[in-house]
Design a binder for this molecule. Structure first.
Ligand SMILES: [Zn+2]
Length: 326
């Protein structure tokens, strides 16, 4: 079988197998719960083999994401949703010389035009790759990061029903788990003028409410965002706390996911995620371990955040420009 045929047969098999009715009675305000739960389960299925970069499982994940975008009527950016890229070592560690990127990844990029299209834009990101199969064990990566992908797709559903003020890009990154390959390519070969990007919202691990807290990280670098985040948090269905954006090592998440690449480019970000849990980067990061009710509330919270930031995007771009000029 060709790679694409194999990917499609995986998607078909999962379409039949994955149909867990949501166990939560929570009714999200911004999106439909059942497709969200179905997508979380399907992206996490063993058949996707942990969505390692360049695998048939990775291709199957892209088919599912693109099918959903098409069903929602959300258009591709450029000629295709799929944006292939090369990545890899940027410098030879032995010699210090520039190295030739030799690995292949594929980002998926879509956009919903705003009422004020062509002005400030918001880039919503979530990586769809995970660790693949290691020593015979499948790393399904439900929280990391099928959950963020579902969050971004739920937002696409919301904004396709209620058009945003500004252009909203949806970028599903490949190769986050391998040096932020997809995010680096997006910033190096951007499909839109980067100076128009007011804000990156990055979703990475948003389903595990083990301690009930969804963290919003990044406001330490962008103090003007504090009040904006807190205003939404005040009425959000889950507890939102700000932090993990200063300090040492793993206490500072600024450089630990794709938003790092936006940060280095001077683009404001807010990263949403949960603390590391016992299944983090383990084969047990599975669908069954997600509290569906908390997850649905977490995604509703992300939509509230995005809606509020969209409404204020002109001001946020002004803030970015003032900070970049300093
Ligand atoms: Zn991740």
């Amino acid at each position: 079988m060709t790679g694409l045929k194999a990917a499609l047969s995986i998607v078909f098999a999962i379409g039949i197998a994955a149909c867990t009715t949501t166990t939560s009675g929570y009714q999200p305000q911004h999106y439909s719960p059942q497709p969200a739960i179905d997508m979380l389960e399907a992206l996490s299925a063993d058949a996707l083999q942990g969505r390692g970069v360049g695998t048939e499982g990775s291709a199957a994940a892209r088919v599912m994401i693109i099918d959903r975008l098409e069903a929602l009527g959300v258009s591709a950016v450029g000629e295709s949703y799929e944006h292939p890229f090369k990545y890899g070592p940027f410098r030879n560690p032995q010699t210090g010389e520039d190295a030739v990127p030799d690995k292949d990844g594929i980002n998926v990029i879509a956009m919903i035009p705003g009422m004020l299209t062509g002005g400030p834009s918001m880039v919503v990101t979530a990586h769809y790759d995970h660790l693949g199969v290691r020593e015979g064990e499948i790393y399904n990566g439900t929280d990391d990061n099928a959950s963020g992908v579902v969050g971004a797709l739920a937002l696409a559903e919301h904004f396709s029903n209620t058009p945003p003020q500004h252009d909203v890009y949806f970028v599903f990154f490949d190769a986050e788990e391998d040096g932020f390959g997809g995010a680096r390519d997006f910033i190096s070969n951007p499909p839109l003028p980067l100076e128009t990007v007011a804000l990156n919202l990055n979703f990475d691990m948003v389903s595990r409410g083990d301690n009930g807290i969804l963290w919003a990280s990044g406001t330490h670098h962008w103090p003007d965002m504090v009040a904006r985040v807190d205003a939404v948090a005040a009425t959000a269905p889950v507890s939102v706390e700000r932090g993990y954006d200063t300090g040492d090592g793993r206490d500072d998440w600024t450089m630990l996911s794709d938003h790092a690449v936006f940060f280095r480019a001077g683009i404001p970000h807010i990263y949403f995620g949960v603390e590391d849990h016992p299944d983090y980067h383990r084969p047990s990061d599975d669908f069954e371990n997600v509290d569906q009710e908390w997850f649905l509330k977490s995604v509703d919270t992300l939509a509230m955040m995005a809606e509020a930031m969209d409404a204020d995007l002109g001001e946020i771009l002004t803030m970015r420009r003032a900070a970049n000029a300093d």
